[in-house]
Design a protein around this ligand. Structure first.
Ligand code: G3P
Length: 216
């Protein structure tokens, strides 16, 4: 499973990159607003830190506008993935962009039928939003299971990029289902490392080691 950081905070991206475990970054207009940074500048900085796919989202709603914005965004760096919404114009743009080798991340996916359309449009990544599904009382993980089954039925190359991840359980369950990628806030990624029994074990080992009076 590839791990992407869902953020535009440079310090967090650098910290995760330095672990050697970061495979990509996703941003969206809300994360850019939260960063308080210039969109083009912060995305360029992110692409310089993380060599993996870095998603930058268009904000136009029409195909021509999306293509214009995509042209601007993909000039930032070779590892830019253009994020488009799951709409008719978004998938039309996806088809056009992937046709000439640009990575496309189709976002705001909330149904398996939408994901099926995105795969037919040649999407590099599909981003089903698990947390927002949970928010309205539908188990978002079931959406991941349905998409995985459908994609496997037809051997689609589109990678399932689980988004709107709110906790380690989303990651655990998505990995069990064989999702290709997950993108999560750095705080959630950091939770994955933690377990109280690991902390307890380290403390016990160090206490006993101190008692030996030895040094390495
Ligand atoms: O990449 C999509 C993600 O940022 C949405 O997360 O928590 O706003 O549903 P959330």
């Amino acid at each position: 499973m590839k791990f992407f950081a869902d953020t535009a905070e440079i310090a967090d991206i650098q910290e995760l990159h330095d672990t050697g475990l970061l495979d990509g970054v996703t941003t969206n207009p809300s994360l850019i607003k939260k960063s308080g940074r210039d969109f083009m500048e912060v995305v360029k900085e992110i692409t310089a830190i993380c060599p993996g796919p870095v998603s930058a989202e268009v904000v136009a709603l029409d195909h021509d506008g999306m293509m214009r914005e995509a042209e601007t965004l993909r000039k930032i760096a070779d590892n830019i993935a253009i994020k488009v919404p799951l709409t008719i114009d978004g998938l039309k743009t996806c088809k056009a962009l992937t046709g000439d080798g640009t990575m496309v991340n189709v976002t705001l996916c909330f149904s398996a039928n939408q994901a099926l359309l995105a795969a037919k449009a040649g999407a590099t990544f599909i981003s089903p939003f698990v947390g927002r599904h949970d928010d309205v009382g539908y188990p978002g993980i079931e959406l991941i299971a349905d998409i995985r089954m459908i994609y496997d039925n037809y051997d689609f190359a589109t990678q399932i990029l689980v988004a709107s991840v709110r906790n380690p359980i989303h990651i655990h369950d998505s990995a069990k289902l064989g999702a290709d990628v997950m993108t999560a806030p750095p705080s959630v990624i950091k939770q994955l490392f933690k377990h109280p029994l690991t902390d307890n074990g380290i403390a016990a080992f160090l206490k006993d080691w101190e008692a030996t009076g030895q040094r390495i």
